[in-house]
Design a protein around this ligand. Structure first.
Ligand code: NAP
Length: 326
């Protein structure tokens, strides 16, 4: 009898220890963002939606930038239901990162409605998406995760600069370690030839860290700090195209272990939240589990960051425009 009790206690403690370990860091910052405007791309689901709840609890005014406005309106209802303070302002706006014209329209409407923005969270993303070329002629994962955010960020810099202090958080991934410099440069003006879906995703996440690194230098004489945040392995709909998880049978087999080793969206949002709230004004860095972390050596290469920024401008050509009228 005692053997069974002792066994249960040991197994329970180990399981709980593993759960706590994989849950990662928790943001301990107590700062509030009352009335400050935070724009979250892909704020209607997963990590973006969980982050929206955390920020709304701290009084922020939110702009949920969603490609599907109906999903955004449903997310807004859920977020408001979870709050005690129903006076929090949440705006749902259409943004399709796979369309340059949608990005420009979205940016224009923000410039007309807000005088300043406290933060931009470049969170939206796709993974393992079937190979498709966007209306602008770019590979879809590359445009959604990287190019789209690159354009959006530049278009919102004017509003970010108007705030006393402002922040940009680029949501990246440990998958950035899976790619090499050849993968990174496997793009030409008109096409992208990645080795695999995983590499396509890894390239976009490495490109976002390099962008973070270059942008921080460009913005060094401004009030904007920019960092990259890795949310960790999180249970979300990101894996809808990933064969091992989109298949119900295979998912069912992994389910018990995933309950322990995979974060909830709320846990996944913690590092981004930390980047938005911390009083530490370190910029150009990579955060993981609410701490400064080291990305891959490639992601620390300043010359590569500069070259890739210039290559991105070349790839975008005439599509890159930050001019606007209200
Ligand atoms: N989950 C993880 O384990 C994990 C790990 C590392 C990094 N990340 C990163 O975390 C971020 C959030 O992902 P998630 O896990 O929360 O997945 P998710 O629940 O699928 O959220 C992704 C969001 O991006 C939006 N989106 C996709 N394509 C878009 C487009 N063309 N224009 C505008 N929005 C678009 C989605 O909109 P719809 O709802 O309309 O599809 C959704 O709101 C991503 O950047 C992802 O790469 C996730």
């Amino acid at each position: 009898m005692w053997k069974y009790i002792a066994g249960t206690v040991v197994v329970g403690s180990v399981t709980y220890g593993l759960y706590r370990y994989f849950a990662g860091g928790v943001c301990k910052c107590t700062a509030r963002l009352d009335g400050l405007v935070v724009v979250i791309t892909g704020g209607n689901s997963g990590i973006g939606k969980a982050l929206a709840v955390e920020l709304a609890q701290r009084g922020a005014t939110l702009v949920l930038a969603c490609r599907d406005v109906e999903k955004g309106i449903n997310a807004k209802k859920d977020i408001l239901l979870s709050l005690n303070n129903k006076n929090v302002k949440i705006f749902v706006k259409r943004l399709d990162l796979a369309s340059v014209s949608s990005i420009l329209k979205f940016s224009e409407s923000l410039k007309c409605e807000f005088s300043e923005i406290y933060a931009l969270v470049n969170n939206a993303g796709i993974f393992y998406h079937p190979h498709t070329v966007t209306e602008d002629g770019y590979e879809i994962t590359f445009q959604t995760n990287y190019l789209g955010h690159f354009i959006l960020t530049h278009n919102l810099l004017t509003l970010l600069k108007k705030a006393d202090h402002s922040r940009i958080v680029n949501v990246t991934s440990e998958a950035h370690r899976l790619v090499n410099v050849y993968d990174l440069n496997a793009i030409t003006k008109s096409q992208t030839e990645f080795r695999s879906h995983l590499v396509a995703y890894g390239v976009t996440k490495l490109a976002l860290i390099l962008f973070t690194r270059y942008l921080f230098k460009k913005l060094s004489n401004t009030n904007i700090i920019v960092n990259a945040a890795n949310p960790g392995n999180v249970e979300t709909s990101l894996f809808r195209y990933f064969p091992f998880l989109s298949n119900k049978f295979l998912y069912g087999l992994q389910w018990p272990i995933r309950q322990i080793v995979v974060k909830s969206p709320r846990q996944g949002a913690q590092t981004i939240l930390h980047c938005l709230l911390t009083s530490n004004r370190t910029t150009g860095q990579y955060y993981s589990d609410c701490k400064l972390s080291l990305p891959s050596p490639l992601a620390l290469d300043d010359k590569l960051a500069k070259d890739y920024y210039e290559l991105t401008l070349e790839i975008l050509g005439d599509r890159f425009s930050t001019e606007s009228e209200c």
